[in-house]
Structure formats: C-alpha cells, structure tokens
Design a protein around this ligand. Structure first.
Ligand code: SF4
Length: 336
C-alpha cells in the first residue's frame, strides 16, 4: 500500500547572514518526505543544523530557499490567516521543558492558552475539561492543574509541554531533543509516552536528537545530518545493521553494546578533529576533514545524494560508481 506523504521538504536552505560577508549555512539543501503516522528521526552532533531544520520546517525561521510542503501546501507561502490555522496542525515540543513553560502561569493556564488563542472551546469550563483530559493523557492528573512549573520534576514538566503541544489536536509534532535535558531513567518513560500517544492519536513525529540509541527506539526512518547536510537516510533497522556513510559508522561505533564479547571484538571508529565551522565549511564533501576514507576527489566534488540500496540514501563518493570508476574525477580534473 502506498504511504501517504504528510510533509515534504524540498531543497531546504537556511542561511544566517552574520555581516562582514560571513554567512552561516545552518541547513544547506536538505530534502526528505515524512509519511503519515511515521516517526522520522534526525540525528547529528550539536551544531549540525538539525534544530534549525526543525524550526524552519515549523515556520519559526524564514527559509533561505526551498520549500516545506505540508498537506500539499507550502507553509512558507501561506498568508497570515492560513498560517494561523496551519499552526493548529503542526506543534513543537522543546528540549528544555522548564525554559519553555511560563513560570508565572499555572499548568491550567499554560495548556489552555493555545485553545483560547484559537477559540477552540466556547466556555472556560469546556477548556478546563479538555485540560484535565490532556493531563490524564500524559500521565498526570487534574490535581496538577493549579500548580506552577517549578513544582514539578523535569520529566513531569516535559509531560506538561507534551500536553500543551496536544491541546490543539495536531497531526504533526516536531520534538526537538525532547529528552536530552532529562535524567536517563526518565528518558525512556517520555519516549514510551510519545509512542503511546502516537498510537492513540494517529500522530506523525519529526524526532530530533543527538543520541542515536534513543532515536533508534522511536524512529521508523532516520536521517543523519552533518554540517548542514543530510548524509544518510534509511529505515532505523537498516541504519543500524549496515550504515553506509563513514560518519554514521563512526556515530554507531560510539554506542556501547551490552554484550561484552561483541563489545570487545568490534572496531571503534574514532573521528579526528572537531566539527568544522559552518561559516567556512570544507570544499567538496563537508565530512572530508574527519573522514578515514577521504580521497582526492572528496575535496573537489560534493557527493550527490543517491539511492545506493533500496530506500537507502547516502551522499558519499564511495557509493558512486562513476566517481569510483574515475570518470567524473577525470572530467573534473580535465576541466581545471
Ligand atoms: Fe568520506 Fe569522501 Fe565519502 Fe565524504 S565523500 S564521506 S570524504 S569518502
């Protein structure tokens, strides 16, 4: 059965002009589709552009180029009134639940505010009923409604953030590192909650994280980002079984495996150097300064995004037959 595409991101670019002719290319030509009901993970080191991509998709940042098509509408081309109703359909959960909740508002005020803004329920009583229901949906109870954010633990605050994101009954949720600020013991509870809510409410998620092990648990497909570029995309199981891009291989090799025999036997890929600056990224392949397989061609030519295996996309010359046969390389060299 053909899956319905809910969100389509085409050649999205988000650059920040820093003045003095300096441009930060936070997201540089990224394309992917998210199907209705799936969880699409984006993973990468801090500074790779994944959160900027999420915020540009949400419309919190203007795009520099490209399009974000949600339910067949380019959201950056929407007029103010259309944008307002679009925001009912797409909501965001933030990394720091404490900073994202107004400390002077009660939980009741925090969760009911979006409903008031969108004039969703006629009476205050109906809104209150909805808030009580949402609190129960996220594993809290109605007694929590009159308390303030500082009275809750980190995990409970994130539950309040999730309840607020659900208040408008959205179809799509962008979760931007929703568990990174939480204790490890609480992270799994919040992931389980998100998975249960997805099933119950038919939600579609874009789940952004730097920790591959957590992304794997929740995602159907995973995209790996490096320095503003998407370098690999496939199903979660395929990515773990046979990662193609040298960067993904390095990220995966850093995750400890609980079996000591496998852990001792496997080879660890240690990345050299730090993430280069997105203001002055390396020429050709942006990963070449840290890649253990870098070749001459990698500094001269940007790798194309291609389907190397069935539904397994990668941007690396190692999987490009023409480049590896030397044809494209010779042409590049001959043109110089
Ligand atoms: Fe490494 Fe070259 Fe592939 Fe980039 S294109 S990941 S530098 S082998």
């Amino acid at each position: 059965m053909k899956q319905q595409v809910l969100l389509e991101v085409n050649n999205l670019k988000k650059y920040f002009n820093l003045g003095k002719n300096e441009v930060l290319k936070a997201v540089d030509d990224v394309s992917f589709k998210i199907h209705k009901g799936e969880t699409f993970g984006i993973v990468g080191e801090s500074g790779c552009g994944k959160s900027t991509a999420g915020r540009t998709i949400m419309g919190l940042y203007d795009r520099t180029a490209g399009e974000v098509v949600f339910n067949n509408q380019d959201i950056h081309a929407l007029k103010d009134k259309e944008k307002f109703s679009f925001h009912r359909k797409m909501q965001m959960i933030f990394q720091d639940p404490y900073a994202s909740l107004n400390p002077r508002s009660t939980v009741m005020e925090i969760i009911s505010e979006p409903m008031e803004v969108h004039k969703l329920y006629r009476s205050k009583k109906d809104r209150q009923k909805r808030v009580y229901q949402l609190l129960e949906d996220v594993g809290l109870n109605r007694d929590h409604a009159n308390r303030y954010p500082h009275e809750f633990s980190g995990g409970q605050r994130q539950r309040i953030g999730i309840a607020r994101a659900l208040a408008l009954d959205p179809e799509f949720i962008i979760a931007d590192e929703p568990i990174s600020a939480l204790d490890v013991s609480v992270q799994a509870q919040v992931v389980n909650l998100l998975m249960r809510l997805q099933k119950e409410k038919g939600l579609t998620y874009l789940f952004i994280a730097h920790d591959l092990s957590m992304v794997k648990q929740i995602s159907d497909r995973i995209a790996v980002m490096y320095l503003g570029n998407m370098v690999e995309l496939t199903t979660s199981s395929q990515l773990y079984k046979s990662p193609l891009h040298p960067y993904t291989q390095a990220l995966l090799s850093a995750i400890p495996i609980p079996d000591p025999d496998i852990e001792d036997a496997r080879e660890r890929v240690i990345l050299k150097g730090d993430l280069p600056s997105p203001i002055n990224p390396p020429s050709g392949c942006v990963f070449r300064t840290r890649c253990p397989h870098a070749m001459d061609v990698c500094s001269q030519k940007k790798p194309v995004w291609q389907e190397a295996e069935d539904s397994h996309f990668v941007a690396c010359h190692l999987y490009n037959k023409e480049v590896m046969d030397g044809k494209e390389y010779d042409q590049t060299a001959a043109a110089k």
